[in-house]
Design a protein around this ligand. Structure first.
Ligand code: HEC
Length: 151
């Protein structure tokens, strides 16, 4: 093979790899809901770090993180969890979500209530944040226990 043939074959391989990657790409709903959870997790980490004493309490940062957690609770979950995207490769969302949609929705509302309580106190001092964090953490775990595949 001469140089240009090698380059051509290499080029074909690259195209093939890209096509393969595309066909294995997770459905957009999976990426969207995992992204939403990442945003929730990141903002929880900000206040959680303060509550644990890993980061210094900062009223403005705590308030903004709590505001973001509340903003995320406004998401309507229906478009993100269609039944045919549950229990498949690339997702930890269980089919139980479709089977018990009301329970799933209820857990999301519990999360909304918990982060609203956090939002009400987040800027007023570390103690309030620490007190409110328990219910927030429980609300995450409550849903993950029933509706997310264990690691
Ligand atoms: C109403 C249910 C529900 C609540 C409440 C909930 N989660 Fe989740 N979470 C899920 C489900 C379902 C998945 C799996 C998503 C997937 O892989 O499709 C998930 C996945 C995640 C992930 C992994 C995202 C990824 O990239 O795969 C993180 C991080 C996460 N949740 C954090 C949190 C935190 C922190 C809270 C609470 C502040 C929370 N979640 C509250 C249902 C919930």
């Amino acid at each position: 093979m001469n140089r240009s043939t090698i380059a051509f074959v290499a080029g074909l391989c690259t195209v093939g790899t890209i096509a393969l990657a595309a066909s294995h790409e997770a459905p957009p709903q999976i990426k969207a809901r995992q992204g939403a959870m990442q945003v929730v997790g990141y903002n929880l980490g900000l206040v959680g770090g303060m509550a644990r004493g890993d980061a210094e309490y900062d009223a403005a940062t705590a308030q903004v993180a709590a505001d973001n957690l509340v903003a995320m609770s406004m998401l309507h979950l229906e478009p993100l969890f269609p039944a045919d995207t549950l229990g498949i490769e690339g997702t930890r969302s269980l089919p139980a979500i479709a089977e018990n949609w009301d329970g799933f929705q209820e857990d999301w509302e519990t999360y909304g209530t918990a982060v609203a309580a956090l939002q009400a106190v987040a800027g007023d001092g570390l103690e309030g944040v620490q007190a409110a964090m328990g219910d927030v953490g429980k609300s995450c775990g409550g849903c993950h226990d029933d509706f997310r595949l264990k690691n």
